[in-house]
Design a protein around this ligand. Sequence first.
Ligand code: CDV
Length: 319
Amino acid sequence: MSRHLNVAMGQLGPIQRADSRTAVVKRLCTMMREAKSLGAQIIVYPELALTTFFPRWYIDDVQELHSFYETSMPNIATQPLFDLARQLEIGFYLGYAELAREADGLHRYNTAILVNTRGEIVDKYRKVHLPGHSEHEPWRRFQHLEKRYFEPGPGFHVRRAFGGVMGMALCNDRRWAETYRVLALQGCEMVFIGYNTPVHNAPAPQHDDLSLFHNQLSLQAGAYQNGMWAVGVAKAGLEEGVDSIGGSCIVAPSGEVVARCITKDDEVQLARCDLDWCAVYKRTTFNFDLHRQPHAYGLITEKKGETLAADGTQWGVDR
Ligand code: CDV
């Protein structure tokens, strides 16, 4: 029996600060309907998909900052999305800012959830690799304060859902080999990754022209080297004066791109993904049991900022 999963990307165009969650959820619902009409069983939305990408601003006022977070999920604004998913029998992945009240107080996470075709949350992931900086840096054209506004999640895990073994990650996670490998070591067959990636990289502007290339390179390498599908979905376009890449794509375990968004607006694209395609890679070239050599990898013990380049430059202190 083949295990095909029809996966849609629900790429978002920009969300401005003045756009209400209700208006954004309407856009998400429109794309969900389109995805269903194309035969999708799941639609993948971007990171922080309910608001503008607020870490671009230094926000002093906690009340103002917390207005960008969700304290419960679903909530009044997002309930229509869950209702529609149940009605259409389609699942979804959604990124949002989470304000969690835990036993020891309030915690802020950059979060993604996986929702099944009955509109039930079946998994939650909290972003591990938080990019950017934690203090206001006025020299930048815009801030990237994820390290100030979120704390890292506990790690990567897989979940049996949609007929396969699914993993989740968020944005910067996709650049790290560890993300895919830790998931693949747990048998992951498909990873969902929402992202917001400005074209301009303040600490390394010489990389600006390579932003789209590095996005696709990361997704293709991660998928191939781990025998899994990778679904990367952008929030794209000019948002509050900051231009972000699009380039949402679905990558097969072969490393080939099988579907791609071509605009920087709200756009739905779909691929029919055979989860059984993973097996041949996991059984041959990337048979971990047979070919990995964990004894040779050792434990990397150097502390942050202690890795020195030949010229004495400290690595690990840049963003
Ligand atoms: N939201 C992100 O994690 N963005 C980063 C940017 C800062 C480089 C990314 O890796 O795309």
